[in-house]
Design a protein around this ligand. Structure first.
Ligand code: CA
Ligand code: CA
Ligand code: CA
Length: 673
């Protein structure tokens, strides 16, 4: 990695300063890259007028464009940001961006399977979390280790049971070695949605896990490993135990060397309802691959539901809390209505049984429809997605319409504020919470579902912006995914990475990200309330509140990177030429070809300021005009070819587009003198 940086540095000797750290602080790109037809922006934090795209190897300039002031003091970062657009550059290859006076960006790829690496690594990241089995060299490479935690686990006295409860297997939850049902719930729900709705994108059977090549998509094999553990967490009365952990977090040792005594904790209604939802969902998804497993999941789900109906109030009262002497994760949640709603929705869509349908219909609006991203403490969105996209006898199409309206309304709200934040990230100050990276990615999932309903590509563009943020278009110029991109976390709060004697951390794991609430001692020692929210991140093993990894953060990364990985089966292909933002209808100029002047007709959806941009075939902007405030509806502008200085132009092909609230598609005009 450093070698590469040195190369770029040497090639830019014409710049007065050679740049080390401040290179990457100034020019922000997705360090992985961009699909060919995607909207592409570079952000720059120092004043500059233009930027250029250079190809590697060779360092040839292949595209040039202007930079505009985009954000004068971005509140989340404290930065003033300039933005440049290279959407028109669609050539495949390896590139970097140079900005006079600012240095160069990290290198990035442009191609249509550019996200395969982050998708496959992030799914494989879950494999590396596997507990209770040998991680062998052929799959684990340098990160191999023998099986761990094979003695899971003893009943904690707070359960009222004594003795051993067989609960080996599953994934370690995060940087610790605990296993928590509630967090497994949203993780599995997210991954099951990815496969159920987009099987064509998630059907790889060659991701180098032990089950690769067995004819079942590897994502389903990986999910299966966690489901097998989850099934063991169910009690004979249908209730589900909350977690398996020691009383205190284990020391930073390899998992096979963790000799902590591990306990099974109390039955819980949030755990039971999460379990019922996931098992009912799995029963649908595994039906074709493994009918008997599917049947076992359904029986377990219905048994869990039966426990919930005999325990209509929170179990334990007020929600699970750690008993005295235990300090591992509590996943505190005082409301299990959303988990119950999710269970009902999945059971209904899987079985069609009126009991479950009635529960959903009677309760679907108790906590509102779509008004926030999902997280482990509130999973109502997962209930709503299943109902919205499900089909079943008797499904209430009025509710589906309401859900569709609510989702569109919420996502339009996100679209309206896309330009409010410096890097197009959907995190306002205040939202840089513990695990903020997953907040952005879960919003991206909502946008993808909204796109699937509306076919409005702007939602897709904004969803992809969130992946750009995760992979380098952020104030830290960091890919937050270990082992992905040129600069990524090297000291995650992750016990195996800290104790395996391998320099590089276990790859494919998403760090939690900036946390403005400074909820660990390292954050508190390095930042304070005057630090801009997005800067409250540190690549330090001790910063569990900003640099831990977790299965429920990896799951939306698997979803988003997998969705955008496969161009063949995404909206990128279906909408190919329309991938650039919608909103403004731009029509062909007339006459065309022309001599003298031409007229460009267009239509805008609502009143607003509209600007005209014209480029030559090298991508150089040669004309710009602010058309001012225009009323909604059809308009046209007449254009006489001239450049920004008023000089006439050469004959040839030019491109034009309009920018209002969103950008129009690009059209081509031909000028013949
Ligand atoms: Ca497989
Ligand atoms: Ca809840
Ligand atoms: Ca290590």
């Amino acid at each position: 990695m450093n070698k590469h940086r040195l190369l770029l540095c040497l090639s830019f000797q014409f710049l007065i300063t050679c740049f080390t750290l401040n290179i990457r602080a100034n020019v922000f790109v997705n360090q992985v890259g961009y699909p060919n037809q995607a909207r592409k922006y570079v952000f720059v934090s120092q004043p500059a007028d233009s930027f250029s795209v250079f190809q590697l190897p060779g360092h040839n300039e292949v595209f040039k464009n202007v930079l505009h002031l985009f954000k004068n003091f971005d509140p989340a970062t404290g930065l003033t940001l300039y933005r440049g657009d290279f959407s028109l550059f669609t050539q495949s290859g390896l590139f970097y961006i140079g900005v006079p006076g600012n240095g160069v960006s990290d290198p990035f790829q442009i191609n249509d399977s550019v996200y395969f690496e982050v998708f496959s690594k992030s799914l494989k990241g879950l494999y590396f979390q596997r507990c209770g089995m040998d991680l062998l060299g052929p799959h684990a490479g340098n990160y191999y280790h023998p099986r761990c935690h094979i003695l899971d686990a003893q009943f904690h006295s707070s359960t009222g049971y004594v003795g051993f409860h067989f609960s080996s297997g599953g994934w370690h939850d995060a940087g610790d070695y605990g296993k928590y049902v509630v967090n497994a719930g949203i993780t599995l729900g997210t991954l099951l949605m990815a496969y159920e709705y987009f099987p064509g994108k998630f059907s790889y059977d060659d991701l180098n896990i032990p089950e690769s090549g067995n004819g079942t998509p590897d994502i389903l094999d990986e999910i299966h490993y966690e489901l097998e553990w989850l099934l063991k967490m169910q009690n004979s009365d249908g209730g589900v135990f909350f977690k398996v952990t020691p009383e205190q977090f284990a020391p930073f040792v390899m998992p096979q060397n963790d000799n902590s005594v591990r306990w099974v904790y109390e039955l819980s209604s949030t755990a039971t309802a999460n379990f019922a939802a996931v098992m009912a969902h799995a029963a649908r998804v595994y039906q074709t691959f493994d009918p008997s497993f599917s049947q076992a999941c359904l029986i377990a789900a219905e048994s869990a539901w039966s426990y919930l109906t005999t325990h209509p109030d929170m179990v334990p009262p007020g929600g699970f809390t750690n008993p005295p002497g235990t300090n591992t994760g509590a996943y505190g949640d005082t409301n299990d209505k959303d988990e119950r709603l999710w269970a009902a929705a999945e059971l209904y869509i899987t079985t069609g049984t009126p009991t479950y349908h009635n529960y959903y219909q009677n309760n679907y609006n108790q906590q509102g429809l779509f008004d926030a991203p999902m997280w482990w403490g509130n999973v109502k969105n997962l209930a709503h997605f299943t109902y919205l996209f499900g089909s079943q006898n008797g499904i209430n199409t009025t509710i589906q319409t309401l859900l569709n309206f609510s989702l569109t309304n919420y996502c339009q709200g996100l679209a309206n504020v896309r330009n409010e934040n410096g890097f197009h990230v959907l995190l306002d100050p205040g939202e840089y919470v513990w695990g903020s990276n997953s907040v952005a990615l879960n919003k991206a999932i909502m946008l993808i579902f909204c796109y699937e309903k509306t076919q409005n590509t702007e939602y897709l563009n904004i969803a992809l912006d969130q992946l750009h943020y995760i992979l380098g278009v952020d104030a830290h110029s960091l890919s937050f995914v270990t082992g992905v991109g040129t600069h990524s976390p090297v000291n995650p709060h992750h016990r195996p990475s800290a104790s395996d004697f391998v320099n590089d951390p276990v790859p494919g794991l998403l760090a939690g990200g900036p946390n403005e609430y400074l909820q660990d001692p390292v954050l508190a020692a390095n930042f304070d309330s005057t630090t801009p929210p997005a800067l409250c991140y540190i690549d330090d093993q001790g910063s569990y509140a900003s640099n831990e990894i977790a299965i429920n953060w990896n799951a939306p990364l698997v979803f988003i990177s997998g969705y955008f990985n496969s161009e063949q089966s995404t909206g990128l292909r279906r909408q190919n030429q329309n991938f650039l933002p919608e909103g403004i209808e731009l029509y062909q100029n007339y006459p065309n070809p022309f001599n003298g002047k031409t007229t460009i007709p267009f239509s805008i959806p609502k009143t607003g300021i509209v600007k005209l941009y014209i480029f030559d075939i090298t991508g150089k902007q040669i004309f710009f005009e602010n058309l001012g405030l225009l009323s909604a509806g059809k308009s046209e502008i007449s254009w006489t070819p001239k450049n920004r200085d008023g000089d006439s132009l050469a004959s040839g092909i030019y491109y034009y587009y309009l920018e209002g609230q969103y950008r129009s598609p690009v059209r081509k005009l031909i000028y013949l003198k």
